[in-house]
Design a binder for this molecule. Structure first.
Ligand code: HEC
Ligand code: HEC
Ligand code: HEC
Ligand code: HEC
Ligand code: HEC
Ligand code: HEC
Ligand code: HEC
Ligand code: HEC
Length: 317
């Protein structure tokens, strides 16, 4: 079965035996760690199918002889993903289908905009065959489902909660708190994202907005540049460990800007316990608020008065 890749698949691909009906070719999606791939297969044409991303097998499915649609959720990565399905037909010939999907990552300079010629993939705004078998519009229980599988989004978007830390409303599948089916395009979250966050975090946002020094992206309401609305591997569902998050825009910033020690090494910016926040690792956010503060550079205190600043971590005496 695994000799498939060595065959000249391309020359056989122009047929209807096997093809990808979603996602659409040469499209991009705004973030996300997985995508739904639905393939259409001619009945009785083949029994086993493999699915590849960038040439690597991600799944092998058998027993598909009397299936017409094969639905799968597969993992994707930021940047270009070459998705291919392939199988050997009962006719003895290999068949395949292929699409390219670009996944945008807001905090990666390399992947923050799509390649030329790629259109935004807006699945819910286009017509599809899915409704013949799936519940495609929200039901009453979607407001606050009793369990995840009661949500009509669950079958197709299980992976949204597949993180170490998951955000409250996402964890309970209250998807419609942010994704309005009446929005245009359907389910589109208002921009900037702050408008969606305000619904539940208004007091916190207002209190930051009153402070004298606001951080650029916070002031512009770009909450989801730094926070995933769903979840991540880090507390507060930041898209990266805070130091890496800051460095993705403040490229090349080192601990030199705090102080350089006599031996030439810079002040640490990670890898040590944060004395002000027990249990957390030292990061840029140990000294700078990512949102706002009353001190220059959004620091937690006035750095020109070492007594008020350095000594908060380096105890006197
Ligand atoms: C707190 C608001 C919020 C909640 C709750 C929420 N989302 Fe999202 N979602 C967003 C925003 C904002 C985006 C835009 C892309 C981004 O910033 O990651 C998005 C993007 C998406 C996308 C497209 C790209 C991706 O990240 O995969 C899907 C699919 C999605 N949401 C599904 C869901 C489902 C299913 C739920 C419920 C389990 C849910 N969302 C709950 C705010 C939310
Ligand atoms: C002929 C019926 C049929 C059609 C048409 C169909 N599906 Fe499915 N789909 C199923 C069945 C059956 C399942 C498995 C049952 C389940 O998980 O709820 C499934 C499961 C899925 C899953 C979960 C796969 C996984 O790995 O967990 C996704 C995602 C999905 N469908 C998306 C779609 C999309 C998108 C379309 C339209 C492009 C579509 N389906 C069209 C029948 C269909
Ligand atoms: C039959 C499968 C199916 C169901 C049910 C479904 N979605 Fe989707 N959704 C998809 C597919 C396919 C995409 C394209 C991106 C992907 O594959 O993750 C998508 C994309 C999205 C996006 C990105 C914008 C877009 O239109 O492409 C959002 C937001 C989203 N879904 C929210 C929801 C919410 C909220 C629900 C439940 C009320 C839901 N979806 C139910 C299949 C489904
Ligand atoms: C439907 C209400 C709701 C919306 C909308 C919402 N949140 Fe939340 N958020 C919560 C709840 C409830 C908690 C506390 C439970 C938890 O820790 O998940 C929370 C917690 C958080 C936390 C962690 C706070 C802490 O002190 O632990 C962050 C960060 C956060 N949300 C970011 C966002 C961002 C960014 C948005 C906008 C994209 C947003 N939230 C939109 C309900 C919401
Ligand atoms: C530049 C990146 C960045 C932006 C933009 C940003 N945050 Fe944060 N946020 C962080 C980081 C990093 C943390 C965790 C470190 C900390 O507690 O300060 C955090 C923590 C939080 C917390 C929990 C901790 C607390 O202090 O209460 C909430 C709630 C929160 N953010 C909401 C928001 C909202 C709402 C927005 C948009 C208005 C936003 N953030 C914009 C990076 C950011
Ligand atoms: C999405 C890009 C982005 C991310 C991520 C980001 N910043 Fe910024 N930061 C900016 C922009 C834009 C400005 C405003 C630039 C200016 O005014 O010179 C700024 C300004 C600053 C300033 C003030 C600089 C000055 O000269 O006044 C500090 C301090 C700062 N950021 C620290 C951080 C820290 C700490 C983090 C991580 C928690 C972070 N930034 C994450 C984009 C970002
Ligand atoms: C131990 C506390 C501390 C940590 C950790 C820290 N900073 Fe700073 N940061 C400062 C102080 C103090 C200043 C003011 C320095 C000066 O201008 O003399 C400053 C100034 C800045 C400035 C504005 C002046 C400049 O150099 O451009 C930026 C931007 C900045 N920091 C970003 C970061 C980033 C990004 C990180 C993480 C990689 C970080 N800081 C980690 C204390 C810290
Ligand atoms: C948010 C807490 C924090 C602040 C504020 C801070 N530091 Fe540090 N500093 C640390 C941590 C953590 C280490 C690593 C200690 C270790 O190796 O165990 C460190 C290490 C040092 C060291 C190396 C010697 C030692 O104690 O290990 C010096 C010198 C130092 N810092 C000076 C400063 C100066 C000067 C300032 C003010 C401009 C400052 N620090 C502000 C957290 C901080």
């Amino acid at each position: 079965m695994f000799f498939l890749l060595f065959l000249p698949l391309k020359s056989y691909s122009a047929d209807d035996i096997l093809r990808i009906i979603t996602p659409a070719d040469k499209t991009y999606i705004q973030g996300g760690q997985s995508i739904d791939v639905v393939s259409k297969v001619e009945k009785n044409a083949l029994d086993t199918m493999q699915i590849f991303v960038d040439g690597k097998t991600v799944k092998t499915i058998t027993g598909i002889k009397d299936k017409e649609y094969i639905c799968l959720t597969i993992p994707v990565h930021p940047g270009l993903n070459q998705i291919m399905i392939a199988g050997v037909g009962a006719d003895g010939f290999p068949h395949s289908g292929q699409v390219s999907v670009f996944v945008i990552s807001p905090i990666s300079a390399r992947y923050n905009s799509p390649p030329d010629g790629y259109a935004r993939y807006l699945f819910h705004s286009s017509s599809s065959v899915c409704f013949t078998c799936h519940q495609m519009d929200p039901t009453i229980s979607d407001g606050r489902p009793a369990k995840p599988s009661d949500s009509s989004c669950y079958t197709c978007h299980k992976d949204v909660t597949n993180h170490k830390y998951v955000h409250g409303p996402t964890a309970v599948w209250a998807c419609l708190m942010c994704h309005d089916p009446k929005a245009q395009p359907k389910y589109e979250v208002p921009s900037p994202a702050e408008k969606a966050c305000e619904v539940c975090h208004k007091d916190q946002i207002d209190s930051w907005k009153k402070l004298n020094h606001q951080h650029g992206p916070f002031a512009m309401g770009m909450c989801t540049t730094c926070h995933s609305p769903h979840g991540s591997d880090w507390p507060f569902w930041t898209r990266k460990f805070p130091t890496d998050l800051c460095l993705s825009c403040h490229v090349g910033q080192t601990g030199d800007h705090i102080i350089t020690f006599f031996d030439g090494t810079p002040h640490p910016i990670r890898g040590k316990p944060d004395p002000r926040h027990p249990g957390q690792e030292l990061s840029c956010a140990s000294c700078h608020s990512p949102h706002a503060s009353n001190f220059k550079f959004q620091l937690f205190g006035d750095y020109r008065h070492p007594r008020h600043f350095c000594t908060q971590c380096h105890f006197k005496g």
